[in-house]
Design a protein around this ligand. Structure first.
Ligand code: P6P
Length: 338
């Protein structure tokens, strides 16, 4: 049998369903619908100043952050795309205060979809890489009308997670619990083509990713880790380190998935009452599942992120993830200082 020149997303998902029983028909439909929505978002992002997509939307999100026009466009595209398929019970988004049950006009399915429709919004107007992050949970069987409490599940219970990164290429990175697959958008045929069927993060790295301007606010274990990296070959690590910070989690995490590294957005004393800046349910959890499925690790200080029991839809957490050896070192430094 001649091997196909390329496997697209649909064939990959059919094989995951048929050969591995890894997904259900509804989950296959969900991923395909989200991927199609990401293609539409990518087109809007690529329009830039040529379309009415840049600048502020004139509204704030639940985080009190000014929304960009593309935040709202991306959110609306994902809501519309997922409303009618019968695969979802409800959705939740960084851009919406409360959960969004699927309109009772349509059949409801067994899944919950959470997303940050356009992560890295501060980069939109300066043409720096941004992306869409999504997470999939099952709604409890006896749930009835979908409510916020149904979304409050630990990240280890996700049935799928992924992101679409809008950079020099548009790439979809996905896990359905059997490793990580990478698809690159072929705009000529209009489909995501499999370009890596089993992405693995290198266990060690010489590259860290953190916003250094916050250094004076960090807790001691993070200070220690970064100071040791900065001491380079002459210091306790015995090697030099490089640093990258895009300011868009999708871009930084994608680089780490592709070539290794460690990403940190830790707690700091600027807002001591908040555990961190990034959101647990639709940023940290999906990225942590992808990183672990690729052989890396993801912690909030000493605790595994995927074990955090959520108490609120938009709660935040400290994030340290990437190459396993570096994350385990950070986890150890936090455990020692506890
Ligand atoms: P800072 C984007 O706004 C975001 O939520 C993440 O994508 C990114 O990693 C982080 O904030 C950047 O935060 O404080 O460096 O601007």
């Amino acid at each position: 049998m001649t091997q196909p020149k390329s496997i697209n997303l649909t064939r990959y998902l059919v094989e995951q369903e048929r050969e591995h029983g890894a997904i259900t028909p509804h989950l296959r439909l969900l991923v395909e619908v989200v991927a199609r929505a990401c293609k539409r978002i990518s087109l809007a992002v690529n329009k830039g100043a040529l379309g009415d997509v840049l600048g502020a939307a004139g509204s704030d999100n639940v985080q009190g952050e000014a929304q960009k026009k593309l935040d709202v466009i991306a959110n609306d595209v994902l809501l519309e795309a997922n409303e009618w398929g019968g695969h979802l019970a409800a959705m939740a988004s960084e851009e919406m205060d409360t959960v969004h049950p699927v309109d009772s006009h349509y059949p409801r399915g067994e899944y919950l979809l959470l997303f940050d429709p356009l992560d890295g919004s501060s980069n939109i107007d300066v043409d720096v890489t941004i992306g869409t992050i999504f997470s999939v949970l099952r709604i409890p069987a006896d749930a009835g009308e979908p409510e916020e409490r149904h979304f409050l599940q630990p990240g280890r219970d996700q049935v799928a997670a992924g992101y679409c990164v809008y950079g020099p290429q548009t790439q979809l990175v996905l896990t359905v619990g059997r490793g990580v697959a990478v698809f690159t958008l072929d705009r000529e045929q209009g489909s995501f083509v499999l370009t890596d069927g089993d992405l693995r993060i290198p266990p060690s790295t010489g590259e860290f990713s953190i916003n250094m301007s916050n250094m004076r606010h960090w807790a001691q274990p993070v200070r220690r880790y970064i100071d040791e990296c900065l001491q380079g070959k002459e210091g306790p690590r015995g090697r030099d380190f490089n640093m990258r910070w895009v300011g868009s989690m999708v871009a930084d995490v994608h680089r780490i998935l592709m070539r290794g590294g460690v990403f940190l957005y830790p707690w700091d004393k600027r807002e001591p009452g908040k555990p961190g800046k990034l959101r647990l349910l639709y940023e940290a959890n999906p990225m942590s599942l992808l990183v672990e499925q690729a052989g890396g690790a993801a912690v909030a200080g000493a605790q595994r992120i995927l074990d955090i029991e959520p108490t609120a839809l938009h709660q935040r957490c400290s994030v340290m993830l990437g190459s396993r050896e570096e994350v385990e070192r950070l986890q150890q430094y936090h455990a020692q200082s506890a």
